[in-house]
Design a binder for this molecule. Structure first.
Ligand SMILES: [Fe+2]
Length: 131
């Protein structure tokens, strides 16, 4: 469970809102994964999380391109690697490997916070006011 705190804020309202919602979806998914055994419910929440990640990343990347953000390629590569790992775990889970997601939850928690603090914060000077 991740508790939102001000260290995660970029002070870009739209981005902070999306990051908060992403963490909310992750917390919900984690809770359901740990307490509910219905695979359909777990799958639905996991797909919600993946879809919202995709939406949020596309949104960031679009603004980066519009602003000619110098670190765009590196940033997009980080998104792509993360997203591919989620997709791969989804396929493993759908193919019957139940542990594929439990391993993944910790990775997602660490990655999201690390990414917001280390990578997203770098674009504040160029992208603030552009969303
Ligand atoms: Fe990002």
């Amino acid at each position: 469970m991740i508790d939102w705190n001000e260290n995660y804020e970029l002070k870009i309202e739209k981005v902070d809102k999306q990051h908060k919602y992403l963490i909310q979806l992750l917390n919900e998914f984690k809770e359901v994964f740990e307490t509910v055994s219905d695979k359909n419910v777990i799958e639905t929440l996991f797909l919600n999380l993946i879809n919202y990640c995709n939406y949020h990343f596309e949104n960031e990347e679009m603004v980066m391109q519009e602003c000619n953000y110098p670190d765009f390629d590196k940033h997009r590569t980080e998104h792509d690697i993360f997203f591919n790992n989620l997709e791969r775990a989804k396929l493993e889970y759908l193919n019957g490997n139940d542990s594929a997601l439990s391993y993944l939850i910790e990775y997602i928690e660490i990655w999201i916070i690390d990414h917001i603090i280390m990578e997203d914060k770098k674009y504040i000077p160029e992208l603030a006011g552009k969303f």
